[in-house]
Design a protein around this ligand. Structure first.
Ligand SMILES: [Zn+2]
Length: 197
């Protein structure tokens, strides 16, 4: 089938978790809404990628480089929390327990998916630690095979520095995904972190 309605359904259906049924609902909802909304959505999407930059320090995605977290003077500069992606950074930051800086991997070590050590830009993390002033790197990757392998890789990468490398606790039932963890779960995960040997 063709035409603007089907074209838009096809586009929405490409998002993860949105099948054709949801995409169809969204498109007909959009058709019922004030046309101004569709225009605003279009405008926002048109310049979306141009308005977002990757932070040259921590790889966070925002509208400035360095990002607002890296330039925030109120943060503890002695700790770096390593997260898999930006939503995880937001989750940890919103938890309010951790007030240090971050490093975003944009993935986890996963040879089957073609993600090797060179894809996680750990050189950048090593440089930050080697520059001095960092006492601890807290690895907050998920407790999956890939998350554990990534944590070990980070430990190995930072071996020659004096920095302490720790891993957040994962013994919290069903709390495996940072994005869905509540503030209390996050607080416990950070408080019960253990040092990686
Ligand atoms: Zn940054």
């Amino acid at each position: 089938m063709t035409g603007p309605i089907h074209e838009l359904i096809e586009l929405f259906a490409r998002f993860p978790g949105i099948g054709r049924r949801s995409a169809t609902r969204l498109v007909f909802h959009l058709l019922d809404m004030n046309p101004e909304f569709a225009a605003r959505l279009g405008e926002s999407l048109l310049s979306f990628h141009q308005r977002i930059v990757r932070c040259g320090v921590c790889a966070n995605m925002s509208d400035s480089d360095p990002c607002g977290i890296c330039t925030d003077r109120g943060r503890d500069k002695t700790t770096i929390c390593v997260v898999e992606n930006v939503p995880d950074l937001w989750a940890v930051d919103a938890g309010g327990t951790y007030r240090g800086r971050f490093h975003v991997l944009h993935g986890l070590l996963s040879p089957l998916d073609g993600i090797g050590p060179d894809d996680l830009h750990l050189e950048q993390l090593l440089e930050r630690v080697a520059a001095g002033g960092v006492a601890e790197v807290i690895v907050a990757t998920r407790p999956s095979v890939e998350g554990e392998a990534t944590a070990l890789l980070i430990r190995r990468t930072l071996e020659k520095t004096a920095v302490k490398v720790s891993r957040i606790a994962s013994g919290v039932p069903h709390g495996s995904e940072l994005e869905y963890a509540d503030a209390r779960t996050l607080e416990r995960a950070f408080a019960d972190r253990r040092e990686l040997p």
